[in-house]
Design a protein around this ligand. Structure first.
Ligand code: BES
Ligand code: ZN
Length: 907
């Protein structure tokens, strides 16, 4: 697809559709090279319309014929096609439209619309893929009831699926067969799906809260059937959780999940027929890690939860994407946290351990937010969670819309509290079930149901950027008061820096604080001017309504000078600037009742040292470090009161991307040198402790594998201790790693040992690396891991990546494989990608050139790997700019890739 001048679409230009669609009947004659699609739909004039013509959309979608009320239309005379719009100016108020299109699924490498993967047919319609199947008003505010007839070869495609319920199936002449599906719920076209192929199925059923029995199915290729059980378990858990926490029931007779190897995203919530990337649905201890299990649970939950937040109530237009995605990410994060807490409570019977399990998830979510969203918010693609403009919606499935969007929902949950938040959800569904609505409709429901004024809060939807909150505290020993002064500031970013953008206004920030006394215990809190009765249920954590550019909060009856614990649980997506001494941070690590802030204090201690070391490395000065971290690490390692998973978080130094974001100029080589130095500094000081701890952890009696958070936490800690021990230079650690690799009875242990060896002692890794490939040659998802772990290893440079790209198992056509190598290199190995010779950028440009012709949406994601090029040191910046310009000048660059490159060069 070519576009010469990029067209920008604006949220303010929204107009309701001239026609609504009531019913859609589709017939597919499936064939890899020639599939005929016959679509019939009934339209009627929209009373709310401000325009009169019927507009249909199509993209790379050959039209065979089109008729209205039985009359064949002629291009030029009855309709015109401009870009992706087919406009019929003269229309009766109601009509039946029939369209026939001719597709070639085998030739469709974009993985949007109807495509073939490993001999099976799949569709992907969000956001604008339906227009690659037929000409239709492909916009989310057009909701209709669908009936779908599938016809295909009986042998090659025995399974025929679409949304809703199966109402008929049977044989046809010529070795073909058919199945007819009917979806009772009106839906936008982006939720349409079909699947046809050779698939095995895992079946189960569940009785919903109201006593109805529902059929649950997970379809996978036959050899993967043994890897489908966890997804089924996760689906059942998701159904229960949505009933219990939100009072939302499964509304269909059956719910299907289908796995596909070639898929652009993780998974898709098509009504009743969720389609999943194999990487987000298959899980077995022999081939998947604990992280994979957790991801499958989260993604299954996420897509299932969309059934209400996204499908029953959908988005009016794509600018509202966060309405469904931010909310559904919030729901899946809560689901994962509740599941973990519940499992830990069952295993340990102790509420503190459950809280720590929850904190581990929160720490992970915040880590992801900072590493992806904060970075995005500081670069050329920065945008508010509800963007005001875009060129291609495919580029706006971003960390901002998703992860920050989830934080914006979480803040509303914090401001309202669970009970009122649930009331708000109830009102949202009562008002909008079956509708396509806006973010404003959501906040209105929250405000109306709770009585909490969200007027100022709504700025989180319209302003981009990460606010910086500066905090300062003063204790008045005579008055027994403690005054906290908060200042907020948020610079213009991304599109906000273009001329004409409005000034930014202060955010309404729910700022959770506690005060820690000298004995390490939380003090009861009382704000000046309030009585204790006003304070929230947790009297030792208070959520301050921070609304002004600068605001003071005075706590009274404070008997001793406290240490403030700020932004507890990361109550708002801001950067906190707060001067604390090493001693104060170490005290916080030891005592804060907020587990999130304990880990946070540890991160600050690490970051402080890493930044200093990075500066020295950049200046060519010798590196040295103090004993603060080794001493703290030793204490943490020996502390039996800490759960393994939480301990692992405490022992993790800030990742390289986050160090880079703290610096004015990005020097990936210096960052790498600093971080490896600090790791080795800690590891060599603790060599003995590490050896002992590893032996304790690994030597415990063998237990049957279980992915529960307690067992997974133990394995995570074991792998981390092993890696530090290897970094201490102890030869025994190499032996231990090789033994762990060999004897492992699960992928977490095997991959943990292998990754640590490849990263830290590459010479010792050669044999196991070759063994790993041979062992798993036939399992694509495991071979992805093989590519990724090499791409992200410390010593890997572009020439190694180029060599891997020539490996017989490498292909750009499969997004999982491509991401394993290319993203594994560029994101997880910044020092390799940003090597001084610019070879990383040359590889980037060469790869985009090829990939953009195969799969534009994935190419555009890859293009974003250069988002932060302006931050590079001058010599690298020049090379990066040259690579970007080379891509910008390519002929026939796709629309999504052109948008990313264009913004990178101009903003
Ligand atoms: N609706 C999306 C899938 C999607 C994204 C389709 C972009 C088309 C374009 C789905 O609900 C989703 O968000 N999936 C995530 C996983 C989820 C756990 C955040 C994904 O695919 O990464
Ligand atoms: Zn989603």
């Amino acid at each position: 697809m070519r576009t010469d001048t990029p067209v920008t679409i604006y949220r303010k230009d929204y107009t309701p559709p001239a026609f609504l669609v009531d019913t859609v009947d589709m017939g597919f004659d499936l064939d890899a090279r020639k599939t005929l699609v016959a679509t019939q739909f009934t339209v009627r004039r929209n009373p709310a319309a401000r325009t009169t013509a019927l507009v249909l959309h199509g993209r790379e979608c050959p039209l065979v014929w089109i008729e209205v009320n039985g009359k064949r239309l002629k291009e030029g005379r009855d309709f015109k096609i401009e870009g992706e719009d087919l406009t019929i100016a003269e229309m009766p108020d109601t009509a039946t439209v029939r369209v026939v299109t001719k597709l070639a699924p085998a030739k469709n490498s974009s993985l949007m619309g109807l495509y073939e993967s490993r001999g099976n047919f799949f569709t992907q319609c969000e956001a604008e893929g339906f227009r690659r199947i037929t000409w239709f008003p492909d916009r989310p505010d057009v909701m209709a009831k669908y009936t779908v007839m599938l016809r295909a070869d009986r042998k090659a495609h025995p399974v025929l699926l679409s949304n809703g319920n199966l109402i008929e199936s049977g044989k046809l002449p010529g070795g073909r067969h058919y199945a007819k599906w009917e979806d009772p719920f009106p839906k936008p076209s982006y939720l349409f799906a079909l699947v046809a192929g050779k698939l095995a199925v895992l079946e189960d059923s569940i009785k919903t809260a109201s006593g109805k029995k529902k059929l649950l199915q997970v379809y996978v290729e036959k050899q993967d059937l043994k890897r489908a059980q966890w997804a089924m378990d996760s689906l059942k858990a998701s159904i229960r959780w949505d009933e219990q926490r939100f009072g939302l029931e499964l509304d269909l007779e059956r719910f299907m999940i289908v796995a596909v190897s070639d898929f652009n995203m993780g998974a898709m919530e098509n009504k009743g027929l969720n389609i999943f990337n194999t990487s987000a649905v298959l899980a077995h201890k022999d081939t998947q890690t604990d992280d994979d299990f957790a991801r499958v649970e989260a993604v299954v939950g996420h897509e299932y939860f969309h059934n209400w937040t996204g499908n029953r109530v959908t988005c009016r237009d794509w600018f509202q994407l966060t309405l469904k995605e931010g909310l559904t990410v919030f729901r899946d994060q809560e689901f994962s946290a509740d599941m973990a807490a519940q499992a830990v409570l069952a295993a340990k019977g102790d509420a503190r351990a459950a809280a720590s399990a929850r904190a581990v998830l929160r720490i992970g979510n915040v880590m992801d937010l900072r590493a992806s969203q904060f970075v995005e918010d500081a670069g050329p693609m920065a945008h508010p969670i509800r963007p005001d403009s875009f060129q291609d919606i495919a580029n706006f499935y971003t960390a901002t819309v998703y992860e920050k969007g989830s934080e914006v929902i979480r803040m509303q949950h914090t401001l309202l509290g669970e009970e009122k938040f649930l009331k708000g959800m109830d009102l949202y569904f009562a008002r909008h079930d079956g509708q396509a609505v806006t973010c404003d409709d959501f906040t209105a429901a929250m405000q109306d149901a709770s009585g909490v004024d969200l007027t100022q809060f709504r700025r989180w939807y319209s302003q981009a950027g990460t606010p910086v909150v500066e905090a300062g505290g003063e204790y008045d020993a005579a008055a027994h008061t403690y005054t906290l002064t908060l200042k907020q500031h948020c610079a213009k970013v991304g599109v906000e820096t273009l001329p004409g953008a409005p000034e930014k206004l202060p955010f309404h920030i729910p700022f959770a604080v506690g005060l820690i006394g000298p004995d390490g215990h939380d003090m009861p809190l009382q704000l000046s001017g309030s009585t204790t009765a006003d304070t929230h249920t947790h009297a030792t954590t208070l959520v301050l309504d921070f609304r002004e550019a600068e605001q003071r909060f005075t706590f009274v009856n404070v008997p001793h000078a406290p240490l403030p614990s700020l932004l507890r649980g990361f109550s708002a997506p801001v950067t906190l600037s707060w001067d604390a001494s090493d001693e104060q941070l170490a005290f916080q690590v030891a005592h804060d009742s907020d587990a999130f802030n304990r880990a946070e204090a540890m991160q600050r201690l690490g970051m402080r040292r890493l930044l200093k070391l990075t500066q020295r490395a950049a200046a060519g000065q010798p590196l040295e470090a103090d004993a603060v971290l080794p001493e703290l690490f030793a204490k943490i390692l020996a502390d039996d009161s800490l759960d393994a998973a939480f301990k692992t978080e405490l022992l993790m130094l800030p990742p390289e991307v986050m160090i880079g974001e703290q610096m004015d100029e990005l020097d990936a080589t210096a960052i790498r040198a600093a971080r490896v130095f600090l790791i080795k500094h800690i590891a060599s000081a603790l060599k003995k402790d590490l050896a002992r701890t590893y032996r304790q952890l690994a030597g415990g009696k063998a237990r049957a594998y279980s992915p529960d958070p307690v067992s997974a936490g133990r394995r995570a800690l074991t792998n981390m201790v092993l890696a530090y021990w290897l970094d201490s230079g102890d030869a025994d650690a190499v032996k231990a790693a090789l033994a762990q690799y060999k004897q492992a009875d699960n992928m977490t242990a095997r991959l943990g040992a292998l990754a640590a060896l490849v990263n830290i002692v590459p010479d010792a890794a050669e044999k196991p690396l070759a063994d790993f490939y041979k062992r798993y040659e036939d399992n694509a998802l495991v071979i992805d891991k093989w590519f990724r772990l090499q791409a992200s290893a410390r010593s890997t440079r572009s020439r190694d990546v180029l060599k891997l790209a020539r490996h017989k198992a490498f292909t750009l056509k499969n997004p999982n494989r491509m991401r394993a190598l290319v993203f594994g290199f560029a994101m997880s190995n910044p020092a390799g990608f940003h090597a001084a010779d610019g070879s990383g950028y040359a590889f980037w440009a060469d790869t985009i050139e090829k990939l953009d012709r195969i799969n534009p949406e994935i190419a555009a994601r890859m293009a974003r790997l250069m988002d932060r090029w302006r931050k590079l040191a001058p010599a690298l910046r020049v090379q990066a700019e040259a690579a970007l310009k080379r891509v910008a000048q390519l002929k026939g660059l796709s629309k999504p890739t052109a948008e990313v490159i264009g913004k990178s060069l101009s903003i």
